[in-house]
Every structure is written in structure tokens, then in C-alpha cells.
Design a protein around this ligand. Structure first.
Ligand SMILES: *Cc1c(COP(=O)(O)O)cnc(C)c1O
Length: 430
């Protein structure tokens, strides 16, 4: 199909993420991808290839077309691409679950394999609500989170997304009414703010009787605003949840698998939630799969209920192709000194983005692990910013007032520098 026809059909028929119909901004057509480069069907600003600054939304941590991951999919394809998971099981899924239990914090022991991040959050919420029902406390069915979060686009996850960014006003009467604490104070290294700690303590204490769980993204809030906070607040939440009989859920769909400098963001705080959601980088960006892990306490609670099963079972649960490539991605990650790469990229981002702080219209520049963020003091002009990055040979997808990057872990120093140039160029467009 020639590129013009493809784009016309795309515009006429295909929804894109967070887009109107028909589409307002013409997407780039990607022909193939290899390493950290996206190959376009037609050159943009003279570039046939763009360096990927997004890892396809946190997922492609090993880059594209990695021989080991390709081979894992191929080998699994030769055995079976899918079988139902009800009444059947298979090695790729079992190996993956056991592996996840091994590398995640104690005492997470049980794994529900879901087919997307949003669904894994639905499952996490269902686990928590069902746990309290089973224990004869059905009134405990609300959730508490802090503002600035993002947990997915299906309805229950939406109810704990930032109420402004999540456009809750549009959904009055539809979304469950959850409890919102203020945004956690900014800064990974910032000391614990006692006033904020009191605010959290007060909310949890006052609402303990109706709270099933606290759900947060630990350390890095992703699509809700790319904000970083101190692990001290996670320790505080753990303490408060224990004291007031509330479950603690960590959504590590974005932060899992090394992105923040620890294998899981919870490791910065040295603690475990009762329920953990994983996704995005789980399959190295190859196929859609997510996981919800829980502790024996949660599983036992559910098993003691009137309906002693977790009533959830996606058709493609435990998909063997996805599980096989997830296993290969984990092998690849854990076999190498991934922390060295994250540090190296962190240093590259710090160096390359430092100059952004002096640009007019820039409010903040922050870097943590392999995540770099330039926050403007005004909304970004997405079309102009994307075009400016492309002119620098870089693929970025800014949103709101944020131009940000989370490159694949294999990104070499020169390409990290290139990505930073793209971010700087994008920051200067408006
Ligand atoms: C992306 C994301 C989700 C949703 O995952 P999908 O696979 O897009 O449904 C949920 N929580 C966080 C923190 C995310 O970054």
C-alpha cells in the first residue's frame, strides 16, 4: 500500500490513542524497527530513521528486533501460539509466574496474568474488594490514591487517575467516587514533609472503615504528570495501611523492570505492597501482557469467601507467545549488568538535558534512572514539538506541559545525546 493511501485510510477509519475521529494530527508511518531506530515509510525532515526516545511507552527496554526475543517468539510459535488457560496450563506461563515471584519483593507469591495494564489494575481492585467482602467487611470498598496518578483507561482504573487529568468531571455519576490525597511533594531526594505525612495519616485514619486499599504508582507518577517523589512516602503508606487495616497496591506498570534504577520502584523503599501490578516492559515491548501479584494473605482471604474464587478470566490469559517472550526478556535483563546501563543513561540524560533549565518557558528539568523530563510553564504544542524532535532525528511524544523520554536500555551514549537534542528542540517550539 502506498503511504498516501495508508494515511487516508488511517484517518478515515482508525482510532489512535487519545485522538479524535477523524484524526487531527497525521501520524508517521513506521515500516520497521531495529535496535533503537524506527524506520519510516517516508523521510520526515530528511530522516528515514528516528532514534526512539519513548521505548514505545516504557515497553521496548531491549530495543526492537532483538535476536533473542525474536527467537523466543519463533520457538514458541512452533509449539503453540495460544491455548485457553482455564483447565490448561503450560511451561511459558508457569515459568514466568515463578520468575516474577522470585524477583519481586517478599511476600508476593501469587500471580494473575492479564492481557493489559488496565486489566491488571482491574484485577488488583477486584482482589482487594473481594478480600474485604470475604472477611465480612463489605463496607471497605473505596480506594484512596494521591493526585497526579495514572492507572489506565478502563473504568475502575480511571476512577483513581488524577481527577483533573482524568477528566472526572466528564464522568460524574459513572466513576466510583474515590478518595484523593494531594499530590505527593515533588523530588526523589526531598526530605519527608511532616505536614503532608499528617494529611495522608488523617485521610487514611478517618476513612479506614470504608477503605479497601490505597493504590499508588511508587516513586514515579507516569502519564499523570511524570512526577517523582521520595520513597519515604511509600514507607509511610505501608505503615498507615498496616495500622488501619487497609491493603496497599503498587502500580509498577511503568516503573517495573529497572526503569527507575532499582528492579522495582518498591525496592527504593525496601518494602512490599500487598498487591503489585506489572506490565509494559514485562514482554520487552513485544506483546501485550500484564500481571497482578498478591500475597498469601490476600489470596487466603479471597479463598475464605462465599465465592472462594477470583472471578476473572480473560480469553487470552497467560498467552504462551507473550509469556515466552517475557521469559526471554527477563533472562536478557537479569543476565546483564542492567544497573550500569540505567546509570549510564541517567548520566547522559542529566548532562544532555541540563541546558533545558535555562530555556525560556521551562519550569523544571528532572531525571531519575532512565527517565528524563522537561516540564514547561505552558501546554506543549504537540504537533510542533513532535516535528522539532523529528527534525533532530528523534521520536518523542510530548503531552500536556511535558516533553519526556525513557529510552531503551540499549541506547548508546551518542543516541542518548541525540535524544536530549530532540528534547531541547521540542522544548523550544512554543
Ligand atoms: C500504562 C499504564 C497503565 C495501563 O496499562 P495499559 O497496558 O495501557 O492498559 C496503568 N498504570 C500505569 C502506571 C501505566 O503506566
Amino acid at each position: 500500500m502506498d503511504t498516501r493511501t495508508l494515511l487516508d485510510l488511517d484517518r478515515a477509519h482508525v482510532w489512535h490513542p487519545y485522538a479524535p475521529m477523524p484524526g487531527a494530527v497525521e501520524p508517521f508511518v513506521v515500516e520497521s524497527a531495529s535496535g533503537v531506530r524506527l524506520r519510516l515509510a517516508e523521510p520526515v525532515a530528511g530522516h528515514r530513521e528516528l532514534v526512539d526516545g519513548m521505548s514505545s511507552w516504557w515497553a521496548a527496554i531491549h530495543g526492537y528486533g532483538h535476536p533473542e526475543l525474536d527467537e523466543a517468539v519463533r520457538a514458541q510459535l512452533g509449539r503453540m501460539s495460544h491455548v485457553m488457560f482455564g483447565g490448561l496450563t503450560h511451561e511459558p506461563a508457569v515459568r514466568l509466574a515463578a520468575r516474577l515471584v522470585e524477583i519481586t519483593p517478599e511476600p508476593l507469591q501469587h500471580v494473575f496474568l492479564a492481557d493489559s495494564g488496565s486489566v491488571s489494575v482491574e484485577v488488583a481492585v477486584k482482589m482487594c474488594l473481594q478480600y474485604w467482602q470475604s472477611l465480612g467487611r463489605p463496607a471497605k470498598r473505596r480506594l484512596l490514591t494521591w493526585r497526579g496518578g495514572y492507572h489506565g483507561d478502563t473504568f475502575h482504573p480511571m476512577s483513581v487517575c488524577d481527577p483533573d487529568g482524568g477528566m472526572h468531571a466528564l464522568w460524574t455519576g459513572v466513576l466510583p467516587q474515590q478518595l484523593f490525597a494531594d499530590e505527593p511533594p515533588a523530588g526523589f531526594d526531598a526530605p519527608l514533609d511532616p505536614a503532608y505525612a499528617d494529611h495522608l495519616a488523617d485521610l487514611i485514619e478517618r476513612h479506614a472503615d470504608e477503605l479497601a486499599a490505597v493504590i499508588v504508582e511508587p516513586v514515579v507518577q507516569g502519564a499523570g504528570g511524570m512526577r517523582f517523589h521520595s520513597p519515604a512516602y511509600l514507607r509511610l503508606l505501608r505503615e498507615l495501611c498496616d495500622r488501619h487495616d487497609v491493603l496497599l497496591v503498587f502500580d509498577e506498570i511503568a516503573t517495573g523492570f529497572g526503569r527507575t534504577g532499582e528492579l522495582f520502584a518498591a525496592d527504593h523503599a525496601g518494602l512490599s505492597p500487598d498487591v503489585l501490578c506489572l506490565g509494559k516492559a514485562l514482554t520487552g515491548g513485544y506483546l501485550t501482557m500484564a500481571a497482578t501479584l498478591c500475597t498469601p494473605r490476600v489470596a487466603d482471604g479471597i479463598s475464605r469467601g462465599r465465592l472462594p474464587v477470583l472471578a476473572h478470566g480473560p480469553t487470552f490469559m497467560g498467552n504462551p507467545l507473550a509469556a515466552a517472550v517475557a521469559n526471554a526478556s527477563l533472562d536478557l535483563l537479569l543476565r546483564q549488568d542492567w544497573q550500569v546501563d540505567i546509570k549510564r543513561i541517567e548520566t547522559g540524560l542529566r548532562d544532555g538535558l541540563a541546558a533545558a533549565a535555562d530555556l525560556p518557558g521551562v519550569r523544571d528539568v528532572r531525571v531519575l534512572g532512565a527517565i528524563g523530563v522537561v516540564q514547561l510553564d505552558h501546554p506543549v504544542d504537540m504537533r510542533a514539538a513532535t516535528a522539532a524532535a523529528a527534525e533532530a532525528g528523534v521520536w518523542l511524544r510530548p503531552f500536556r506541559d511535558l516533553i519526556y523520554t525513557m529510552p531503551p536500555y540499549i541506547t548508546e551514549d551518542a543516541d542518548v545525546a541525540r535524544i536530549c537534542e530532540g528534547v531541547l528542540a521540542a522544548a523550544q517550539t512554543s
